[in-house]
Design a protein around this ligand. Structure first.
Ligand code: ADP
Ligand code: MG
Length: 610
C-alpha cells in the first residue's frame, strides 16, 4: 500500500481541486441518501399509528433545539394534511419529499462521478505522456534488452490497468468511507444497540472476503507479462510477414501464438475466477448478516423499551442495506488497487530506468564544427565483457571525407554511433574542437549531424512530412529543393498525390532506392555540418544505387563526413580510408596508398574486383 500512496503523491497533486469537489459531492450525496430513507419514519408512524400525530407547531428559536423543532413541525404538517385531506394524500405529500431527496442524492452522486472522470482520465493521460517521453529519451541500448511487445503492453494494457486501479482507489478513499460513516452515524442515531451489533458482524464477514484477494497481485503481473509476449509476437509477425510466408512458417508461428494465447487464457481465467468469487461470497455473507440483524432487531422491538419502533427499524434496515454496497466496493477496490499497482511497477521499469546518457546540465552550446573531430583511445563494449572497439584513435579534420571499410562485425557502425552519443564510451574520449562531446549540449551535438543508414527509416506519414521530419519551419520550396538534390523530386511528382502521398508503414509503398532518396532529402534539408553515412547504398540494386550515389555525392560536397562503405568503388576519392578489423583500425591511407600496401584493403579490393 505504501507504493500506492507514493503513486498518488506523484500524480494527484495537479488535480487537488477535483478531489475536493468529488469529496464534497459524495458527502452531500450520502446525506441526501439518508434523508430519503429517514423520511420513511414519519410517514409510517403518522399514517399507520394514531399516537404519533402532532397537532401543535413548535416555534423556531436560535437557542432552542432547531432540529427537534424541524422534526416536530414536519410531523405537524404531515398530520395536518392527513386530517384535512386524508391519509392517502399525506402519503403522497411525504412521497414528494422522498423523491426530492432522492433526486438530490442521485444528482450529487453524478456530480461526484463527473468530477471523478476528469480526475481519472487526466491522471492516466499524464502517465501515458510520461511513458512516451521517457521512451523517446531512453538510450537506444535500453530497447535491445527489452521485448518491443512488452514495452507496448506497458504503455497500453498496463496503463489501462492502472486506470482501473485509480478509479477504484478514488472510490475507496473519496466515496465509500464517506457513505459508510454517514450511514453509520445515522444508524447509531436510530438505534445504537442494533448498530453496535451489526458492526461486530461486518468485519468478520469482511475478513473472510479479504482472503480471496491475496495472490491477485502476482497473478495480475503474470497476466500482463504474458500479454506483452503476445503483443511482441503480433508485432514481429506483422513486420515480418514476408519472411513468414517465404519460409512457409505460417503453421509454426500460428501454433506458437496459439500456445501463448492458451497460457494467457489460463492465467486470465484463474484471475477472473478468483476475483469473481468476491461478489457471490460477499452477497452470501451479507445476507447472513442482514438476517441476523433482522432477528436481533425484531427481538429488540418485541421485548424492548419502546425506543425502537417498527418504522425506525424499517428505516434502519433501509440504510443498512445501502451500506452493504459501499462496504463491498471497498473490498473490490482493494483488489483492483493491488492489480493496478502490479501494472504500475511494470510501467515504472520504464519510467525509473536509468538514462545512462547523462546530459551535462551546463553543457556548452555548439553550432558549428570549427576544426576537427577526434577519437582518442576509444574502447567500447556493449555488455561490459567483450570490447567491440579496442583503443581506437582517429582524427577527422573539418571538411574531409573519411571512409570506414572492413568486414561485417568489425565495429564500424558502433564507431559512428558513438559520435551522436547513442552510446557512451567505456574508455577514452571523443572530442569535437578539443572539447569532450559529453560537455556539449546533447541537442546541439546531435543537431550537428545528419544520418543516412542502410535501411532508410520512414514513418507512416506523407512524403512531405517524412522529409521535413523534425524541422517545424520548413517551406514547400525547401522540401522540394532538398528532394531535387536527393534525386527524388521526379519520382515524388509521379506518385498519385505528389508530396502528400502516404508512404505506408515504414515506407513500404516505396522501393528501397526511393526510400533511401527520401532519407537523403531529409538529411539535405537539415543541412548538417557532419554527415554520417552507414552503408547507405548497400541494400540497393545497381540502377538505384547509381541515383542514390549521385545524390550522396551532391550531399557530401563541402561537409565533414564519416562514410561506411560496402562497395569500395564508392569511396575511391575519400581523403582517408580506415580499415577496421576486429575492433581496431589496422590500416589507413588513400585508395592508392592502401592498394600499394598490399594488406587487408588490397584483399578486399581484389575480392570485389572479381
Ligand atoms: P559493423 O558495422 O562493422 O558490421 P557493428 O559495429 O554493427 O559492426 O558490430 C560490431 C560488434 O558489436 C558485432 O560483433 C556485434 O555483434 C556487436 N553489436 C552490435 N550492436 C550491438 C548491440 N546493440 N548490443 C550488443 N552487441 C552489439
Ligand atoms: Mg554496420
Amino acid at each position: 500500500m505504501r507504493y500506492f500512496f507514493s503513486f498518488l503523491r506523484r500524480y494527484l497533486p495537479p488535480y487537488k481541486s477535483k478531489v475536493v469537489v468529488t469529496f464534497l459531492c459524495n458527502i452531500a450525496s450520502a446525506i441526501f441518501s439518508v434523508m430519503s430513507v429517514a423520511l420513511l419514519i414519519p410517514i409510517l408512524e403518522i399514517i399507520f399509528q394514531q399516537d404519533s400525530e402532532v397537532t401543535t407547531l413548535m416555534p423556531f428559536s436560535i437557542d432552542g433545539d432547531m432540529s427537534k423543532a424541524a422534526v416536530n413541525n414536519f410531523y405537524y404538517y404531515v398530520t395536518y394534511i392527513k386530517l384535512t385531506y386524508g391519509a392517502g394524500f399525506a402519503l403522497l405529500f411525504s412521497g414528494i419529499f422522498m423523491i426530492i431527496a432522492t433526486m438530490l442524492k442521485c444528482g450529487m452522486a453524478y456530480a461526484a462521478s463527473y468530477s471523478n472522470v476528469g480526475l481519472r482520465n487526466n491522471m492516466v493521460r499524464d502517465i501515458r505522456r510520461e511513458i512516451f517521453a521517457k521512451i523517446v529519451s531512453l538510450p537506444v541500448g535500453f530497447f535491445s534488452n527489452e521485448r518491443k511487445g512488452d514495452i507496448m503492453q506497458r504503455a497500453t494494457g498496463d496503463v489501462a490497468e492502472v486506470e482501473g486501479s485509480v478509479m477504484s482507489s478514488l472510490d475507496m478513499f473519496l466515496k465509500n468511507p464517506v457513505l459508510i460513516i454517514v450511514y453509520i452515524v445515522s444508524m447509531a442515531i436510530m438505534s445504537p444497540q442494533l448498530t453496535i451489533f451489526a458492526f461486530i458482524l461486518l468485519p468478520v464477514a469482511g475478513s473472510l472476503i479479504g482472503r480471496v484477494g491475496k495472490s491477485l497481485k502476482r497473478q495480475s503481473r503474470e497476466g500482463q507479462e504474458k500479454m506483452g509476449v503476445l503483443l511482441g509476437i503480433l508485432e514481429e509477425t506483422i513486420g515480418g510477414l514476408r519472411v513468414v510466408k517465404a519460409f512457409n512458417a505460417e503453421k509454426h508461428i500460428v501454433s506458437h501464438y496459439s500456445d501463448e494465447t492458451q497460457s494467457y487464457c489460463n492465467i486470465a481465467k484463474r484471475l477472473s475466477r478468483r476475483r469473481d468469487l468476491a461478489h457471490p461470497m460477499s452477497e452470501f455473507l451479507g445476507t447472513i448478516v442482514v438476517i441476523i440483524v433482522v432477528w436481533f432487531g425484531g427481538t429488540l422491538i418485541l421485548n424492548g423499551d419502546g425506543s425502537l419502533t417498527v418504522a425506525k427499524f424499517l428505516a434502519f434496515l433501509g440504510i443498512f442495506y445501502q451500506i452493504i454496497n459501499p462496504a463491498k466496493n471497498f473490498s473490490t477496490a482493494f483488489y483492483n488497487i493491488q492489480k493496478g499497482m502490479a501494472a504500475m511497477e511494470r510501467i515504472d521499469k520504464i519510467l525509473l530506468a536509468d538514462d545512462h546518457i547523462f546530459e551535462n546540465a551546463n553543457g556548452k552550446p555548439i553550432k558549428q564544427l570549427q576544426n576537427c573531430i577526434e577519437y582518442r583511445n576509444v574502447t567500447f563494449s556493449y555488455n561490459g565483457e567483450i570490447d567491440v572497439l579496442k583503443n581506437v584513435s582517429l582524427t577527422v579534420p573539418k571538411g574531409k571525407m573519411i571512409a570506414l571499410v572492413g568486414q561485417s562485425g568489425s565495429g564500424k557502425s558502433t564507431f559512428v554511433d558513438l559520435l551522436p552519443r547513442f552510446w557512451d564510451i567505456t574508455q577514452g574520449e571523443i572530442l569535437i574542437d578539443g572539447v569532450n562531446i559529453k560537455d556539449y549540449r546533447l541537442h546541439d551535438l546531435r543537431g550537428l549531424m545528419g544520418n543516412v543508414n542502410q535501411d532508410a527509416l520512414l514513418f507512416n506519414d506523407t512524403i512531405y512530412n517524412n522529409i521535413a521530419f523534425g524541422i517545424s519551419n520548413a517551406t514547400q520550396e525547401d522540401v522540394e529543393r532538398a528532394a531535387r538534390i536527393a534525386n527524388a523530386h521526379e519520382f515524388i511528382l509521379a506518385q498519385p498525390e505528389g508530396y502528400q502521398t502516404n508512404v505506408g508503414d515504414r515506407g513500404s509503398k516505396l522501393s528501397g532506392g526511393q526510400r533511401q532518396r527520401i532519407s537523403i532529402a531529409r538529411a539535405v534539408l537539415r543541412n548538417p555540418e557532419i554527415l554520417i553515412l552507414d552503408e547507405a547504398t548497400s541494400a540497393l540494386d545497381t540502377e538505384s544505387e547509381r541515383l542514390v550515389q549521385d545524390a550522396l555525392e551532391k550531399l557530401l560536397v563541402g561537409r565533414t563526413s564519416l562514410v561506411i562503405a560496402h562497395r569500395l568503388s564508392t569511396i575511391r576519392n575519400a581523403d582517408l580510408i580506415c580499415v577496421f578489423h576486429e575492433g581496431q583500425i589496422v590500416e589507413t591511407g588513400t585508395h592508392d596508398e592502401l592498394v600499394a600496401l598490399g594488406g587487408y584493403y588490397k584483399k578486399l579490393h581484389d575480392m570485389q574486383a572479381l
